[in-house]
Design a protein around this ligand. Structure first.
Ligand code: BG6
Length: 466
């Protein structure tokens, strides 16, 4: 059963925002690629019929990526719809009917976590869970205790091997590329440790706000929304040891080891900010103290990384939209021969919006031979036109039964353990102006300062390998 392809896809929350923006475009892409050829059953409580769902799906495709007539026709023929309350057994009786002969359906919960328990129990009661898979969206819980409780609920109806916890960052090609780049290049790996790396910083910046998601965001904040999940996945790829094999468990084991080596973050190791204007957003509580920006420092107490500070910052309404990693190397020693060693070397991974790996080297300054200046060597890859979008990738893999790109129970719980003490929000948020880099705190600033990813990409590169 573990590797059997799902013979139906059921998605709860079919009339919601996620379905509209991400799921329908992913389904159309799967049809086009030939990886989706089973019934797709949307479930929601909207008082709708199948024709309304189809109209919504068509509209979604037109607005998000474009409608492909042939693929749409096929997708439309696969679509089914069940309307009803998630607490009502009749909804699930209808679902069982729609599933027909399907014995290995994949159930995708694109709904708020508060409804998970009801749906999971109902799936068990209507015999739709046995042989099936469970795909769940983040946020997976809102702290360690709630994640543990949620895991207990899911595990009451599905074995761990049938649970697929989505973190769409895992499905981004540049996030994988960090791992293959690290373990395929002899020159890098000997330097990639506490002896040569001085500090590592990860910046996830978005130049937009909360885009009408006030009610969700105000329960969440930057630490829960992107740091505990997306940023920790990036961190694990940067810090993990080479897996013993390429199977899913060997890779997931190494990631969990990284998290287990991270000391729980103390409140003094985090600074939280809120962009000016957040309180006026619809859905945000009056006087809300929720952070739209956070910067933190952590340490991985492993043989490889002990003593190297890792800094993570993420926020909304920052000057640019990008995700970038900057690892600064220690400076070479100053000697009588070479008193000015010049700028520090670094390795930079640009994950989005474009994919690049860059390294800076110090060269003799063309203006003054006694001085050194930095030249950056950049390798850029333009996305392939037919590259899979993250949601297509995760749905394809979950339906094929490949868990590599999904967060395992122990991973999720370790990630919450690390941030749990800073969720209490002991210090109030600091307000920052939209379009700035958020509040700063010297204690939480990397040695040499935060890098400016916007400046890097606009600089003239020394050598560009495209
Ligand atoms: C989501 C967060 O998980 O990731 C959003 O809820 C965030 O707040 C988004 O904007 C970023 O994803 P991407 O793929 O656009 O970088």
């Amino acid at each position: 059963m573990a590797n059997m392809h799902s013979d139906a896809l059921v998605f709860f929350g079919a009339t919601g925002d996620l379905a509209y923006k991400k799921i329908f475009p992913a389904l159309q892409a799967m049809v086009k690629r030939g990886t989706l050829n089973v019934p797709v059953i949307g479930v929601a409580k909207a008082g709708w019929g199948l024709e309304q769902l189809k109209a919504r799906a068509k509209d979604s495709l037109e607005k998000h990526g474009g409608l492909d007539e042939a693929a749409w026709e096929k997708l439309s023929s696969l679509l089914r719809y069940v309307d009803g309350d998630y607490a009502d057994p009749a909804t699930f009786a209808e679902l069982r009917k729609q599933l027909g002969d399907a014995r290995a359906p994949a159930h995708y919960l694109a709904i708020p976590p508060s409804m998970f328990e009801t749906v999971v129990k109902q799936l068990g009661a209507c015999h739709c869970s046995s042989g099936g898979r469970m795909i769940v969206e983040k946020p997976f819980g809102h702290d360690l205790a709630s994640a543990q409780a949620l895991n207990k609920i899911l595990l009451s109806e599905f074995p761990e091997s049938a649970i697929f916890r989505i973190d769409h960052y895992l499905a981004k090609e540049p996030v994988h590329n960090m791992v293959s780049f690290r373990f395929s290049n002899t020159f890098l790996e000997p330097l990639w440790n506490r002896t040569y790396i001085e500090s590592v910083q990860i910046t996830m910046a978005e130049d937009f706000g909360i885009q009408g998601r006030g009610a969700f965001y105000d329960q969440t904040g930057a630490i829960r929304d992107v740091i505990q999940n997306h940023m920790f996945q990036v961190l694990c790829n940067l810090a993990m040891e080479p897996p013993s094999d390429h199977d899913s468990e060997a890779i997931r084991n190494e990631k969990v080891k990284v998290l287990k080596s991270i000391t729980t973050i103390r409140p003094e190791d985090v600074i939280r900010g809120q962009f000016k204007g957040y309180l006026q957003e619809p859905g945000v509580k009056a006087g809300s103290d929720v952070e739209t920006f956070a910067a933190l420092r952590l340490e991985i107490k492993s043989w490889r990384w002990s003593g190297v500070p890792f800094y993570i910052r993420a926020g909304k309404e920052l000057p640019v939209t990008c995700l970038e990693v900057m690892a600064r190397l220690r400076k070479p020693p100053a000697t009588n021969f070479n008193p000015d060693t010049g700028p520090q070397n670094y390795v930079r991974f640009r994950i989005s919006p474009e994919m690049a790996v860059a390294m800076s080297v110090s060269v003799t300054s063309p203006k003054d031979a006694s001085k050194r200046s930095a030249v950056e060597m950049v390798a850029r890859r333009h996305p392939k036109p037919d590259a899979m979008e993250a949601y297509e990738r995760v749905l394809t893999d979950a339906m094929a039964g490949d868990p590599t790109l999904f967060a395992r129970q122990d991973y999720v719980e370790e990630a919450w353990r690390i941030v749990d003490p800073i969720l209490a929000k002991e210090d109030p948020v600091e307000v920052y102006e939209p379009g700035t880099w958020g509040p700063e705190d010297e204690k939480l600033t990397p040695p040499g300062g935060w890098d400016d990813p916007a400046a890097k990409e606009s600089e003239e590169a020394g050598v560009v390998i495209e």
